[in-house]
Design a protein around this ligand. Structure first.
Ligand SMILES: [Zn+2]
Ligand SMILES: [Zn+2]
Length: 353
């Protein structure tokens, strides 16, 4: 398996972001990300996909889209669309039809910021996902860095503080979203979790203070989706794109908050008598299964089965659990950072059937 770091869900001047595709590439080249996926609102922008290079470093930029019904008030149900290769905004009025159209086009769809509360001080409305009757989407955006920011800024002053000290914001996915994910998984479906930055690089003016809040580069160092590819990136855009989207569709990925410490190297796997599995895969429960997780530096590791923590290891680098009980098993890892215990890694599940 070849691990790559992906930062996804971000906006440019084509919608409500402040930067250009070039700005995003320049910012990404300063960080450890391998791929960025730009998703402007209701427009599939052409002409920017490809490798961007600087000295010995290169990054792959892919273009997706974030679709929602602009005629709807409030504007809920934002859907991240990858790899559909055609404009999907025309289907925005029906979330289910939109999801079906994306699937028919061979694309992936993720319910964006399922919980995205109102931030009154900034006149930001609640744009959570609302239509929970939908089916056949690829997954959900478990951790959205911007939604989380909205939960910690009751006043403009809080906003100003976090504009200067953005590292204090991220703490964990919104608990409601985690609970919702476990509920969806309990229904027997595969639901892939990804982490998004929702980067806009917005300009903030507060009296004499002017600042770009949460610049792209900052986001690229925080909440990333780490994908496990079946082969290495080759430098060919078409085949590399296919490799990545295949891994995301299969749930061969985890959400890593890379600011406290790099999450590269995290693995969660299962060994059965006749087969092995990695996160996103199914494995038969018959004859027993050994679940194994390893983290790249010491952390609190929690194993969850069907949404409940069944075992916790403190200050460990790895852990093992043997079971013959069917269930949806996933890992969470926590670390202390800036005076607080924070979520660090959220794996996709292994489905023991
Ligand atoms: Zn959105
Ligand atoms: Zn967005």
């Amino acid at each position: 398996m070849h691990e790559i770091t992906v930062n996804l869900h971000m906006h440019t001047r084509y919608s409500d972001g402040s930067g250009t595709h070039k700005d995003i590439a320049t910012a990404a080249l300063k960080t450890d990300v391998d791929v960025v996926i730009v998703t402007d609102h209701n427009i599939l922008v052409h002409g920017f996909e490809g490798y961007y290079k600087e000295k010995n470093k290169k990054i792959l930029m892919l273009i997706g889209e974030e679709v929602h019904d602009q005629a709807r008030d409030p504007q809920k149900n934002h859907l991240l669309v990858f790899d559909a290769n055609r404009e999907m905004a025309t289907f925005a009025d029906s979330p289910q039809n939109l999801i079906d159209q994306v699937r028919e086009s061979g694309g992936l769809s993720f319910l964006a910021h399922p919980d995205d509360p109102e931030a009154k001080a900034f006149k930001e409305t609640d744009i959570s996902w609302e239509d929970w009757s939908v089916r056949n989407y690829t997954g959900i955006e478990l951790w959205n860095a911007l939604s989380e920011l909205k939960t910690v800024v009751p006043t403009l002053l809080h906003g100003a503080f976090y504009a200067f000290f953005p590292a204090f914001v991220a703490s964990q996915p919104i608990p409601n979203t985690l609970a919702r994910w476990d509920e969806l998984l309990a229904s027997g479906n595969k639901v892939v979790a990804i982490g998004g930055s929702d980067a806009h690089a917005l300009h903030m003016n507060l009296g004499p203070i002017h600042r770009v809040i949460f610049p792209y580069e900052f986001h690229f160092r925080t909440v990333n989706t780490h994908a496990l590819l079946s082969g290495p990136l080759s430098g060919d855009v078409t085949s590399d794109k296919a490799l990545l989207y295949k891994a995301l569709a299969a749930g061969h990925c985890f959400v890593g908050y890379d600011l406290p410490a790099p999450t590269n190297g995290f693995r969660f796997s299962a060994q059965g008598r006749e087969s092995t599995a990695i996160m996103g895969d199914e494995i038969p429960a018959k004859f027993g299964v050994t679940l194994q997780a390893k983290v790249p530096s010491h952390a609190e590791i929690r194993l969850l089965k069907d949404g409940q923590v069944i075992q916790t290891w403190n200050n460990q680098l790895s852990c093992t659990h043997i079971t013959s009980e069917p269930g949806v098993y996933r890992i969470e890892a926590y670390r202390h950072y800036l005076g607080k215990k924070r979520g660090w890694i959220y794996s996709n599940p292994i489905y023991v059937r």
